[in-house]
Design a protein around this ligand. Structure first.
Ligand SMILES: [Zn+2]
Ligand SMILES: [Zn+2]
Length: 139
């Protein structure tokens, strides 16, 4: 059986395995997900999966460019399928909810440092912090 996930895995130079496909499938409906939640979703489909193998798969998929890993301060590493567009994140300081923020202005890197110290700048990664709508309502 050939799926988009098989194709994506092979295009990234990875072997298509049941575990990798299950992780990609789970990530489709769960943006910004930590390994623990990915594991729970995957083990519903593949009961023999271990948390360690999910960690390994997430690392492999991130290295291959199929997942993006973000790590807001104070949070576990989160993974998402939305890759390669230099988008930013907004994090709720109360509940940790994470939202996507498109490029701040125009195209990547969309922010110009006041001084880059001779570096060429390819991307900029910004984390905005605030209160999500439901935490504002609760306050
Ligand atoms: Zn919140
Ligand atoms: Zn995102």
């Amino acid at each position: 059986m050939d799926s988009d996930f098989d194709t994506a895995l092979r295009a990234a130079g990875l072997k298509s395995t049941a575990g990798r496909v299950a992780v990609l499938e789970a990530m489709e409906s769960m943006p910004h997900t930590d390994a623990e939640r990915v594991y729970r979703a995957v083990s519903a489909v593949l009961p023999t999966t271990s948390i360690q193998s999910v960690h390994n798969i997430l690392a492999d998929l991130t290295t291959a460019g199929l997942l993006r890993r973000i790590e807001p301060a104070g949070s576990a590493a989160l993974y998402e399928r939305r890759i390669g567009d230099n988008h930013h994140h907004i994090v709720c300081t109360a509940c940790g909810a994470v939202g996507d923020v498109d490029c701040v202005v125009g195209e990547a890197p969309c922010l110009t440092p006041s001084s880059a110290g001779g570096f060429t700048v390819q991307t900029a990664e910004v984390t905005f912090w605030g209160l999500c709508p439901s935490c504002q309502n609760a306050a």
